[in-house]
Each structure stands twice: as structure tokens, then as C-alpha cells.
Design a binder for this molecule. Structure first.
Ligand code: C5P
Length: 402
């Protein structure tokens, strides 16, 4: 990708150097534009050294100018596949929201037809101010994306929202724009379950499993990158990915109700969660003491989320399930496909501790017509992209694209 990184004057400007380095090392061309205030926080030399590209600015001393500086902004605006403003200050947000063009960065922002992404960072009071929020809402209405700031202790000493998002999260948001889209998934609503469920016995004890949720999170990213609108119903403690609407859940029952509330408006469902099959029959509000309870625990079945949603599906909705089996995995998976009314099952062979928490994995897709060629072994992010690709092409071939 050809990325323009606009760097206005905020204390988080030093983190933009890290972002520029990360993107350049990943093989992208990055040209930085420093505003006058930005150049007080970080130097053009830092940025041009990290990116091996010139650094631009309104002040000729700040960067390299071409023969005709008056059209520089048009050239840069055309060159960019994406313009990212990091850290986005209240000032540049206000300018762009109102169409002002008083320096190189603001003119490029107005002239470009490339997607624009904002990563705001500012004092909590400024961030919460209705003027800033209204300006951002306006930018969103123009189709711009925003990577919201994190909560934390800010440079001004205050604690709250306004801290620049993690550099890795901003990079992910930038790179999403360059990812190839799949016509069968663009604009489609995909609901994904992921992670373990936790079935509580009392306030301190819980029944759970070894799933981390990593695979479902990577699938959420891959569907998002392919152009889908993703809703992720997530158990466990892993951080939610950027650009995915995430609902945190704890138990199988929580997961079912979060899914039921969203299923009617979805185009597809991916059941990647390791849902507990049983839960304790009762929950004790106070910690159960030794000897207070019989030594055996009574368990009751949890609802099968995929089967429940499958029974309520309307024409055109598709469902992918997962299976983790330690023996005879293809036969078990085919039975699951039938019993739960799924379009495909992706089979993990968990023999030898593979799948849970492992870095690389292989999935074998099973369709009604039988097993397909295995996908992998691949690291989970690449595996997720390969699965989404495979499924996107299946959808195209089935002609379910409306
Ligand atoms: O029946 P089994 O648990 O092996 O099926 C695995 C598939 O079913 C996975 O896709 C999993 O997310 C889903 N599942 C579910 N609700 C359950 C149990 C499993 O949606 N209660």
C-alpha cells in the first residue's frame, strides 16, 4: 500500500514514528506529512530515516520539496491509497470536518479520494467535548474511519479516555483497507461465536475449557478484511479486534441470547466457540465451603447454539460450524453437519494437543458432498484468511450472492 501518515502536534507524535517503521517494515510505502506543530514533537529526519521516503511539511525547512510546491498536495493526495492522521488532534479534526485547508496536511485531506483514517489522542476533557465529538461524527458521515483512543493515564496527568490507541491496532485498521475483498462477502453481516464459555458454580469457581478464542478472533478479522460487517460474540479474555462489533459473554446461555438477538439480521453464522456442553444445575451466590455440598456435582445440558439458530434460519442464511475431535474426526463431523443443519463443518484434529492454544493448525472442510482438501497447516491468522477465501468462493459458486 502507499500510505500517507499525517502527524500533527500532539505528544503521541513519537508513537507515529513506531507506526511508520512498522508499516515500512511490512513492505508498505509510507510518506509522512508533518504539520508545523508536529515538527516540534518529532523531526522529519526521524521519519524519512524510518520510511526511506521524503517527509513533507508546510515549512520548506521541514522536508523535501519538489520543483513545484504549489501542487504538492495534489500529487500526494493522488499518490495515497490511504491517509491516516496519527495522532489526530482536536485542531486537525475540526479543520477537516469543516473543509478548511490551511496547510499541507489539511489540503491533502481535502483533495484526496483515498480512504481517511483518524487515530485521535488528546486530553480527556477535549475528547469528551461535544464539539470534538460532533466533528468526528461529521468525519464518520463522510465515510472516514476512526480508531478510538484507549483509556489510561494521559501525558497531562489526567486519567480517562484520550490515550492514542495501540500502534498495532492502528496498523491493523490501516492495513484492513488494502486487503483484497470478496464479492460474496462485501457488506454481508457475519455473526461469529468464539472462545470458551464459563459456567459458574459460585462466585469463585467455574467450569470452562482450554479454548482461547484466538481462531474465532482471526476469523472475525479475516471476514472483516474481506468486506463483511462482523459481529463477534466472544468468551474468554483475549482483546477484541478493531473494526468488529464485539459482545463479551460468559456462559453458554449468555452466548445464546447474544446470538439470538443478532441472528435475524445476519447473513451468516460461524460457530467457532468452544461452548460448554453442561453447566452446574445451580449457582451458589456465596462461595461454597468444604463439606457444605455433596462431593458430586449435578450438571444440566446447555442449549446447542448452532442447532438452535439453524432451526430458526431464514432462506439465504448460511452456517459454518467447527468440530474438534480426537478420533474418527471426519465421520463425526459429517454427522454434525446433518444433525445441526450446517452448510459446512471445519474439522480440527485435536490429537496430540493440536488446535487449542497452538500457533499453527490444519482444518478440513466438510460439505454435504463430502470432505474437501485440508487447509493448512498454517498460523491461525493465515489459516483464517484461507478459510474465509475458501468459503467466499463456495458462496460465489453456490450463487447465493444476491
Ligand atoms: O457438538 P459439538 O460441540 O462437537 O459441536 C461443535 C460445533 O457446535 C462448534 O461449531 C460449536 O461452536 C458449536 N456448538 C454450539 N453450542 C453448543 C455446543 C457446540 O454452538 N452448546
Amino acid at each position: 500500500m502507499q500510505i500517507i501518515l499525517g502527524i500533527p502536534g500532539g505528544i503521541a507524535a513519537y508513537k507515529s514514528a513506531d507506526l511508520a517503521r512498522l508499516l515500512a517494515n511490512d513492505g508498505h510505502r509510507v510518506r509522512c506529512i508533518l504539520t508545523e506543530a508536529g515538527a516540534r514533537f518529532i523531526t522529519p529526519l526521524t521519519l524519512s530515516s524510518l520510511t526511506a521516503e521524503p517527509c513533507y511539511g508546510s515549512n520548506p525547512d521541514q522536508g523535501e520539496w519538489r520543483a513545484n510546491p504549489s501542487i504538492e498536495h495534489i500529487e500526494l493526495a493522488r499518490w495515497a491509497d490511504l491517509v491516516a492522521v496519527v495522532p489526530a488532534t482536536a485542531d486537525i479534526i475540526g479543520k477537516a470536518a469543516n473543509g478548511l485547508a490551511s496547510d499541507l496536511l489539511s489540503t491533502v485531506l481535502l483533495a484526496t479520494r483515498a480512504p481517511i483514517l483518524w487515530a485521535p489522542a488528546m486530553n480527556t476533557g477535549m475528547w469528551a467535548h461535544p464539539a470534538v465529538q460532533a466533528n468526528l461524527a461529521r468525519l464518520r458521515s463522510f465515510g472516514h474511519s476512526v480508531v478510538d483512543p484507549d483509556d489510561g493515564i494521559l501525558a497531562c496527568g489526567e486519567e480517562g479516555s484520550g490515550k492514542l490507541a495501540q500502534v498495532a491496532a492502528i496498523a491493523e485498521a490501516i492495513l484492513m483497507h488494502g486487503a483484497p475483498k470478496l464479492s460474496s462477502l462485501i457488506g454481508k453481516r457475519v455473526l461469529i461465536t468464539s472462545g470458551p464459555t464459563r459456567e459458574d458454580l459460585d462466585p469463585v469457581r467455574t467450569l470452562t475449557n482450554r479454548s482461547t478464542g484466538a481462531m474465532g478472533i482471526e476469523l472475525a478479522r479475516a471476514f472483516r478484511d474481506a468486506g463483511a460487517h462482523v459481529q463477534l460474540v466472544l468468551g474468554g479474555d483475549l482483546p477484541a479486534p478493531w473494526g468488529v462489533e464485539t459482545v463479551r459473554v460468559r456462559s453458554a446461555l449468555d452466548m445464546l441470547s447474544a446470538c439470538e438477538a443478532r441472528w435475524a439480521s445476519a447473513d451468516g453464522l460461524v460457530g467457532a466457540a468452544a461452548v460448554a456442553d453442561q453447566r452446574p444445575e445451580t449457582f451458589a451466590a456465596e462461595k461454597v465451603k468444604k463439606g457444605e455440598r455433596p462431593e458430586t456435582m449435578v450438571l444440566v445440558r446447555t442449549p446447542d447454539i448452532l442447532a438452535t439458530l439453524s432451526a430458526a434460519r431464514r432462506p439465504g442464511q448460511w452456517i459454518l460450524g467447527f468440530a474438534a475431535e480426537s478420533e474418527n474426526h471426519l465421520a463425526h463431523a459429517s454427522a454434525k453437519l446433518q444433525n445441526k443443519g450446517l452448510d459446512a463443518v471445519l474439522v480440527n484434529d485435536i490429537q496430540g494437543g493440536r488446535a487449542f492454544g497452538a500457533q499453527a493448525n490444519t482444518l478440513t472442510p466438510i460439505l454435504a458432498q463430502g470432505p474437501q482438501a485440508p487447509i493448512g497447516p498454517l498460523p491461525k491468522d493465515e489459516l483464517a484468511r484461507a478459510v474465509v477465501h475458501w468459503w467466499g468462493h463456495q458462496l460465489e459458486a453456490r450463487g447465493t450472492v444476491q
